[in-house]
Design a protein around this ligand. Structure first.
Ligand code: NAG
Ligand code: NAG
Ligand code: NAG
Ligand code: NAG
Ligand code: NAG
Ligand code: NAG
Length: 479
């Protein structure tokens, strides 16, 4: 993994921040380096860059780019230059293109070229009378902002960059803010465990990726289902993968458009991140998730309130005092910071701790990179299936006893889920207690979901559903 390359990539990364916020300049200055992001914060690799996508690379995956198509090689200069004198077979090519007799199916592939310019939202096109390129904080986002009306959104300032080191002042009040990143504080409205001991709520973040299908094949062979927390900018890259995940019985949930730490964004930016992602999922699948997972687990009471107001219940992964967050660190293997054995050791420790919990558990894993998929299908899923006592592997909604119909707006008839205006201020530092522990302090937040009051069933979403092509054009301009 070329971290430097990813850092550069990050600067051109799909972002909704551009025109959505006052703090545009500040945010650009704060762009984290990929290395810091990976080392410092239990985070995940950066998001898809459309430039990268157009170059034919899997987003953020510089370690194993897919084989470019044969058409991708050569300079493409043939049509643009004066007709070359035909070369004899075996002669030398022109303009960097291989000799004519080497041009064939299966010829060696070159490196796909990136798009040279990231045109900003609002840029003026070369077509007289055409409107500026669409902006992310369009009228749709303004309409989504209205879902916050009447809901109490705690007036917390955005954190500097979603890390504790980056914002010591906010970190010092992490407990009051409900800022998970710097306290592992969760709220009763978060789903962080499965209620039943030995249930593993399986999930994969950051896809759809070129490797998701490899994972799905394995899961199919084992009759396993999981929850996929998908990145909107990748859904438009691989809508067919999302369809496959959904149609084969997996749960689909929102993981933002551009995978930025949400606590560092303004209210409007958070609404745009969540709103565009649920919209593109709805465009592809016809259903709108009622759950979300914050990238890096970076959530505080402001982000919670916005997510809940928009009809999305936050889902994080389990933490315990003994083990810390249940993170396989598979993303660190993809980033070259750990080897597979170290990640597997982390997973074994998770299983060791999970066995003695009074609840089931949720673990952080990814389907973005081939190595993370390999760790899952070769090791972690296997190990859990072979474990004694046996674990039950289920999607997170299912292990939480949430009927699958409640996982989407269009099929949900439950007036108490998702709970909309309900930032419960009960502090739950670690969400699980050890089975047999006499402290009894662990609350098992999932079991408390049911006690929350509700404000009623969500209205149908306010947007007019665009066709996929229309949606593509709009979101493409957000990068
Ligand atoms: C966050 O900001 C701090 C302070 O500027 C910096 O040291 C750190 O590298 C940043 N971390 C990330 C992940 O951007
Ligand atoms: C949401 O909660 C706030 C604070 O408790 C309250 O003032 C407001 O009326 C509630 N709004 C709705 C729509 O329930
Ligand atoms: C939450 O629990 C962890 C692990 O026990 C501890 O390190 C951390 O300080 C706690 N945070 C707060 C705010 O109490
Ligand atoms: C629980 O997790 C901690 C931290 O990873 C680890 O040191 C410990 O061995 C684990 N316990 C069991 C029983 O596996
Ligand atoms: C969970 O999935 C199983 C297997 O598909 C199903 O039988 C069960 O009813 C589901 N649970 C809920 C709460 O829907
Ligand atoms: C509605 O959701 C609540 C909270 O998740 C759950 O306790 C209840 O069983 C659900 N009811 C139905 C009919 O799905």
């Amino acid at each position: 993994m070329k971290l430097q390359a990813l850092t550069a990539l990050l600067f051109s990364t799909a972002t909704l921040r551009g025109t959505c916020a006052q703090s545009h300049v500040r945010h650009h200055r704060q762009h984290r380096s990929q290395h810091d992001a990976m080392v410092a914060r239990g985070g995940q690799p950066p998001v898809a860059s459309l430039a990268n996508r157009q170059a034919g690379n899997p987003a953020g995956s510089s370690s194993k780019p897919p084989a470019p198509t044969p058409q991708g090689s050569g300079s493409g200069g043939i049509a643009a230059t004066p007709r070359p004198t035909p070369v004899a077979p075996g002669g030398t090519g022109t303009n960097g293109v291989p000799p004519l007799n080497a041009i064939s199916s299966g010829m060696p592939a070159g490196t796909p070229l990136p798009v040279p310019t990231n045109y900003a939202p609002g840029a003026i096109p070369p077509v007289p009378g055409a409107p500026p390129l669409p902006a992310p904080c369009s009228s749709e986002v303004q309409q989504w902002m209205q879902e916050l009306t009447g809901v109490y959104i705690p007036p917390l300032s955005p954190t500097v960059n979603g890390t504790c080191a980056g914002d010591p002042a906010a970190a010092a009040e992490a407990t009051a803010r409900g800022w998970w990143t710097c306290s592992w504080i969760t709220r009763d409205t978060d789903i962080t465990t499965c209620p039943t001991p030995l249930d593993w709520g399986v999930s994969f973040d950051d896809g759809p990726s070129p490797w998701s299908e490899k994972l799905l094949n394995y899961m199919g062979s084992q009759d396993l289902k999981a929850t996929f927390f998908v990145v909107g900018s990748r859904v438009i890259e691989r809508p067919n993968v999302l369809v496959e995940e959904y149609m084969t019985g997996n749960e689909i949930s929102v993981h933002t458009w551009s995978h930025h730490p949400l606590t560092s964004l303004t209210n409007e930016q958070i609404v745009a991140e969540l709103g565009w992602t649920r919209k593109v999922i709805q465009t592809v699948l016809g259903v709108t998730p009622t759950t979300m997972r914050p990238p890096y687990g970076d959530i505080d009471d402001r982000v919670r309130a916005i997510s809940l107001a928009m009809g999305m219940v936050p889902v994080i992964w389990t933490s315990t005092p003994a083990s810390g967050p249940f993170d396989t660190n598979d993303w660190k293997v993809a980033g070259g910071l750990l080897n597979g054995a170290a990640s597997y050791n982390a997973f074994e420790a998770i299983l060791g701790n999970a066995t003695s919990l009074s609840t089931g558990f949720i673990v952080l894993e990814h389907d973005l990179f081939e190595v993370t998929v390999d760790l899952a299908i070769g090791y972690t899923l296997n190990a859990a299936l072979a474990h004694d006592p046996p674990f039950s592997l289920k999607p997170i909604g299912n292990c939480s006893n949430i009927p699958v119909g409640n996982m989407y707006v269009e099929t949900n008839t439950n007036i108490t889920f998702p709970y909309r205006n309900n930032t419960v201020v009960t502090t739950t530092n670690t969400t699980t207690s050890s089975r047999g522990s006499d402290s009894g302090s662990g609350s098992g937040s999932a079991s408390q979901l049911h006690s929350n009051s509700a404000t009623g069933r969500r209205k149908s979403l306010p947007w007019v559903v665009a066709g996929l092509i229309g949606g593509y054009v709009v979101v493409d301009s957000l990068t």
